[in-house]
Design a protein around this ligand. Structure first.
Ligand code: GDP
Length: 588
């Protein structure tokens, strides 16, 4: 059968989907109806719902694909032309709280900015530039890891180099790991600054060993990560750190085109009385000039004023330059991409289009998969399978999540994705999974030794895979384990009670005749008197003429020892209906 791919930008109407599938609208609405959804032709379905329905229809040749509609991401990492010029590296300083990020940036600023200039800088700045060896380096003040995660999701590469600050007297901590993960997922080069080496407890080799456990192998030990021991406070070895930043930039051959319309990212925005929107931008390509029109997300404007990071007017900003501008009609969001357009009309039109796309992505799907699942009656007694998904890149995390959601659990198991993330499995994942009956899956990531020890101690299952189907099989297996087993009962025979020799609290000894089938130790028995069910018992032994035997068959008389849960007052004439009960594991 011919393969068919349907692209879904946020959501799709019933009408569009039926056309794409080559089905009649009625047929599609019928299938929706069978699944509990009363839909109209114009109803919008989200990606997940559409995939579930396609699955329901058994259309194996149809592939759904999420289409990205946001202009934020499209062609962001453009191909460079041969006219591209060298640009300064964009560096983010990240690390665990109190390990010295602020001190490092402060010391660098005081040291590197020309006397008299630095004194005036007291307001919060989100980016700035230093000169080292007569070359510029752009530093971004880290606005919090969540914000970086947002940028990462938009697929934009903001930073070329991440300097990870680790205190030599404290070692790798959760936020250090996060920083490592961020840097890796953003495809940024990592340089480690081992800080506070002036401290008494500083232990550089131990810190390096700690880092290598987290996948960063020091160059000195044959690895590929530059680690520079520094004291941010005492201004030791900072020149070396800057040398290493420039060296890395050289190796990376960081370049940008300048003869294209200006583009870049919004790195901060706020309102100021008298000025309106004040927006910090990082130019990543082209040259931004005052008077030009730019669009970011659903807002646009004309660059009215433009200042450099020190607050001095700037007429033109080249790639890797942070600037503060006024002129946006409304505040753009952190992480939004901006682009220069030729005139106000185009700017307005594009912003409107972006606004529609954004609305489409988030709000317009009026049937979501969770509604669908609810309507399909993932009954209240459904069981929950908790997972944490880690992957090497965002794309792999998304496809693992999407594929997991596609596993048909017959409505009996609810998949609960506790968290997802990019990077190796870390302490946080284990914390989150502990005690919560949660499986941590890693796709193309590794588990540092200390983390697997921690997980073993806390009883957290960690499974890493390099092949997605194996991961899915494992998850399916886990979900099957959650399914209630199927109980099968099979009738085995019947006995009429002819004598009751002893009835105690949990045991009975009686005799009788087997009317049909047979009686064997291990069988269960329903005790019935005139069709009334009195209770259940288990046959523990069978005797014939006071000798233990393996069985009594139809027509034979003999004695039975029975085990009961509570006392049953067995009487002559009662019937014992023998059966066996098996539980059978179910599969999905
Ligand atoms: P941040 O939370 O990572 O920004 O850390 P800070 O820069 O605020 O530093 C936390 C504390 O560590 C402050 O008291 C700093 O003075 C101190 N500190 C930072 N770097 C050094 C260093 O190289 N040596 C010593 N002895 N203390 C430092």
């Amino acid at each position: 059968m011919e393969e068919k791919t349907i692209q879904i930008a946020g959501s799709i109407t019933v009408d569009e989907l039926s056309k794409a599938l080559g089905l009649s609208v009625t047929e599609l609405i019928g299938t929706l109806f069978k699944n509990g959804i009363v839909a109209t032709i114009n109803q919008r379905l989200d990606y997940e719902t559409a995939s579930i329905i396609i699955d329901e229809l058994g259309l194996k040749n149809v592939k759904l694909e999420r289409k990205n509609t946001s202009t934020k991401t499209s062609d962001f990492r453009r191909e460079l032309s041969d006219k591209a010029v060298t640009r300064p590296p964009v560096v983010a300083v990240m690390g665990h709280v109190d390990h010295g990020k602020t001190t490092l940036l402060d010391t660098l600023l005081n040291k590197k900015t020309v006397e008299g200039e630095a004194g005036g800088i007291t307001q919060h700045i989100s980016a700035y530039q230093l000169k080292h060896d007569d070359r510029l380096i752009t530093f971004l003040d880290t606005p919090g890891h969540e914000a970086f995660a947002a940028i990462r999701q938009h697929g934009a590469m903001l930073t070329d180099i991440v300097v990870i600050v680790v205190a030599a007297d404290d070692g790798v901590k959760p936020q250090t790991v996060e920083a490592i993960n961020f840097a890796k997922s953003a495809n940024a080069k990592i340089i480690v600054a081992i800080n506070k080496i002036d401290r008494e407890g500083a232990d550089i080799p131990r810190t390096m060993a700690d880092l290598s456990q987290h996948g960063l192998q020091p160059e000195e030990w044959g690895g590929d990560i530059v680690m520079v021991p520094i004291s941010a406070k005492k201004n030791q070895n900072l020149e070396k750190l800057l040398d290493m930043i420039l060296l890395t930039a050289d190796i990376e051959e960081l370049k940008a085109d300048v003869d294209i319309p200006a583009e870049g990212l919004v790195i901060e925005s706020h309102m100021e009385t008298g000025k309106g929107s004040v927006v910090n931008l990082l130019v990543t390509g082209g040259e931004l000039k005052t008077g030009e029109f730019i669009v970011a997300g659903s807002t646009y404007g004309k660059v009215r004023t433009m200042l450099d990071w020190k607050g001095k007017p700037k007429g033109k900003a080249t790639p890797s330059t942070p600037v503060t501008i006024t002129g946006f009609k409304e505040l753009p969001n952190f992480g939004d991409r901006f682009i220069e357009v030729k005139d106000e009309k185009t700017a307005r039109k594009m912003a409107l289009l972006n606004a529609q796309n954004i609305a489409n992505e988030s709000a317009s799907a009026n049937v979501t998969s969770s509604d669908l699942l609810r309507m399909m009656n993932v009954a209240d007694n459904s069981k929950t399978f908790n997972v944490i998904i880690k992957g090497d890149v965002l794309g792999s995390v998304t496809s693992v999540v999407d594929s997991l959601k596609m596993i048909d659990t017959k409505g009996e198991i609810t998949l609960n994705i506790v968290s997802t993330g990019v990077g190796d499995i870390n302490e946080n994942d284990v914390y989150m999974a502990a005690g919560g009956n949660t499986v941590v899956y890693g796709f193309n990531v590794s588990v540092p030794i200390n983390i697997s020890k921690m997980a073993a101690r806390d009883g957290v299952p960690i499974r890493t895979y390099r092949v997605i189907y194996e991961l899915l099989d494992d998850a399916k297996h886990e979900m099957e384990n959650l399914l209630d087993a199927e109980i099968i009962e099979e009738d085995k025979g019947e006995m009429k009670v002819l004598g009751v020799f002893r009835t105690e609290k949990t045991s009975i000894i009686a005799g009788g005749e087997v009317l049909k089938g047979d009686a064997k130790p291990g069988f269960l028995a329903r005790i019935v008197r005139n069709k009334e069910f009195l209770g259940e018992a288990e046959v523990t032994s069978v005797q014939k003429e006071k000798i233990d035997v393996k069985e009594l068959t139809a027509g034979e008389t003999g004695g039975l020892a029975l085990k009961t849960v509570s006392k049953i007052d067995l009487q002559i004439g009662d019937r014992l209906k023998f059966f066996i009960r098996e539980s059978k594991k179910r599969t999905l």
